[in-house]
Design a protein around this ligand. Structure first.
Ligand code: ATP
Ligand code: MG
Length: 422
């Protein structure tokens, strides 16, 4: 009889050290980001000297090295023999409210801090008195801050802290990949957060090749990945989005495909197959984390791509472009049938731009052939799959939740988040 779990302990002939290929791995050296890292460090210099610095806003598409670069800077700051400047890195996917962010700051720095039972005002006061002890400077990194649901309140509270404390102060580093996010902010938060802006551009194909080469050397066994495969994965990722995470995912998936067919090395065919799978998976992840109304818009587009829009009929084209106005109408009827709030047309257009930035749809302005100037929009992924996936997320409730109204309750409720803290 075969050894139990023999597969589990068999050494891979393809991978040497899979961890290196994970998107969470922070590489020792970050290529092509010296300028951005320098700018972040320059902006933080006053804080490190014990003065309040200027806030920084970091933006760029997904997979352009924002989190990796800021984590690199955070580590460097932690190593400095400066006691007054303290830094907190907050992943806002986890700490997604003002209450949670303040708790995270307190639990990172205040000895004996026990979160249980404390209201937001208590936490705020603890942070203030901890900072006042010796005029501390606090640097708060808010990674993916667009996810914070009461961001304006948080920004207001942190700004307010700056005027409440007698000396020292708080510097905010915001990080986001939502490019239209700026327009949704309250003007006060906007002027606070955007004192300095640092852009992270997408990587081109040769930059992605260099990034991949570094990882492949450590992640794969020698001779498994040739330069042609690396170049192909990089070219595909550069064409798609300039996203280093996608490039890594493609090459890792290609390794899995080679392993499953019992091959000893990756072929360019494996890379092609891997690219299709990786792109689809990424789309699902992105759609899974979209805010509700953007997801409903994607749903409307998927449904209409299957049934066919008016434009397709007018133009007798087999192309999957739809009229933006038609999509909006469908979105409105979907929100109505789900008894949800309907966002206005202006916001809708901004959401479509966002979806385009994330590579979920593509769109162009058309004058000819169609009445006036209209925008035509097309889904970049298979509509059947996207429709099915969104339906699951929209309508799948547990049997015991069905009549309790649980689906309309927000996902997380911080009962301790006191009202009226302004
Ligand atoms: N310049 C680089 N050098 C080496 N690796 C990189 C570089 N940029 C990105 N990576 C790798 O690509 C992956 C994604 O990078 P990262 O998480 O920093 O992107 P991001 O800009 O924060 O994306 P998102 O907006 O989706 O959060 C990580 O595995 C990271 O190690
Ligand atoms: Mg990130």
């Amino acid at each position: 009889m075969a050894e139990p779990f023999a597969e589990l302990f068999k050494e891979s002939e393809i991978f040497a050290y899979r961890e290196v290929l994970s998107p969470h791995y922070v590489p020792d050296k970050l290529l092509f980001r010296d300028r951005q890292i320098n700018e972040i460090e320059k902006a933080l210099t006053p804080s490190l000297r014990g003065e309040r610095g200027r806030n920084v806003f970091i933006y760029g598409k997904t997979g352009t090295g924002k989190t990796s670069s800021i984590k690199y800077v955070v580590e460097r700051v932690r190593l400095l023999p400066v006691v007054k400047a303290k830094i907190t890195y907050v992943n806002c996917r986890i700490y997604n409210s003002r209450y949670r962010v303040l708790s995270k700051i307190a639990s990172d720095h205040i000895p004996m801090y026990a979160k249980r039972g404390l209201g937001i005002i208590d936490i705020y006061e603890k942070i203030i008195s901890w900072m006042e002890e010796d005029n501390k400077i606090l640097i708060v990194v808010l990674d993916e801050l667009d996810i914070i649901r009461d961001l304006d309140d948080l920004v207001y509270t942190l700004t307010r802290a700056n005027s409440d404390i007698k000396s020292g102060g708080i510097t905010i580093i915001g990080v986001s990949n939502k490019l239209s996010f700026k327009e949704e902010l309250d003007p006060r938060s906007l002027s606070t957060l955007y004192e300095n802006e640092i852009a992270f551009p997408p990587y081109n194909s040769s930059e992605l090749s260099a990034i991949l080469n570094d990882r492949v050397v450590k992640g794969f066994r020698p001779g498994v990945v040739d330069q042609a495969s690396i170049n192909l994965a990089s070219a595909i990722a550069a064409k798609e989005s300039g996203d280093a995470r996608l490039a890594l995912k493609i090459i890792t998936k290609a390794g899995e495909i080679a392993e499953n067919r019992g091959g000893k090395s990756i072929t360019v065919n494996d890379v092609g197959d891997a690219a299709r799978i990786a792109e689809e998976e990424i789309a699902y992840e992105v759609i899974g984390t979209l805010p509700e109304h953007q997801r409903l818009i994607v749903y409307a587009i998927a449904v209409m791509s299957l049934t066919g829009g008016r434009y397709k009929k007018l133009d007798k084209q087999d192309d999957a472009f739809l009229l933006s106005g038609e999509i909006y109408d469908r979105y409105v009827s979907i929100t109505q049938s789900l008894h949800k709030e309907t966002k206005g047309a202006r916001l809708y257009r901004r959401y479509v731009t966002d979806l385009q930035m994330q590579g979920i749809v593509t769109s162009y302005e058309s004058g000819k052939g169609v009445r006036g100037h209209t925008r035509l929009v097309k889904l970049m992924y298979q509509p059947e799959k996207i429709k099915e996936m969104i339906e699951k997320s929209l309508f799948n409730t547990q049997p015991d939740e069905q009549n309790s109204g649980a689906e309309s309750r927000p996902l997380h409720t911080d009962t301790t988040d006191a009202e009226g803290f302004q």
